[in-house]
Design a protein around this ligand. Structure first.
Ligand SMILES: [Zn+2]
Length: 163
């Protein structure tokens, strides 16, 4: 994805109030983000660990989501699959993240949830092609199919949030 500025990100949220956007804490390593190898940018708010953010680039500019992790979210969901990358090897935790819906539905407390890698490393997961597959199949084709699947599922999630 293309590099984004903090201002572009602040303006991208589809389900956050003005005060919630104001309170966003950017990752400490924001200057070192490897944009080229990301399909979305995701991070946990260092000051408010219940809050996370997911920013996804589209033709019409980036779209941002404010997500909530479950209370006391811990590694109990290790055996479930991330809904976005569907990576089966991934040993990291997967959380059920909840997003407030856009507009009036969200103000009335309406939410949608999805399972996402707790560390938001889905982009790295879909770029990995197991060596066992590579000799038989074209690794680049597998990778681009996996990336396409990730993007499609992110778009579906945004569609559910925007209703
Ligand atoms: Zn994932």
């Amino acid at each position: 994805m293309q590099e984004l500025t903090p201002d572009q990100i602040r303006q991208s949220f589809v389900n956050a109030s003005r005060s919630e956007v104001k309170a966003v804490t950017f990752p400490t390593d924001f200057d070192a983000v490897d944009w080229e190898n990301l399909d979305y940018l995701g991070w946990r708010d260092a000051k408010m660990p219940q809050r996370s953010y997911l920013i996804y680039p589209t033709e019409n500019g980036p779209l941002g989501l404010l997500l909530r992790a479950p209370d006391g979210g811990s590694g109990k969901q290790r055996k479930v699959l991330c809904d976005l990358c569907r990576d089966v090897r991934c040993e990291t935790e997967v959380y059920l993240y909840v997003a407030k819906r856009s507009g009036p539905a969200g103000r009335n407390g309406n939410t949608v949830g999805t399972l996402i890698c707790a560390n938001f490393r889905c982009s790295g997961n879909v770029r990995f092609v197991p060596p066992s597959k590579a000799p038989h199949l074209d690794a680049e084709a597998i990778r681009s199919r996996q990336i396409g699947g990730l993007k499609q599922r992110i778009e579906l999630f945004f569609a559910r949030v925007k209703g």
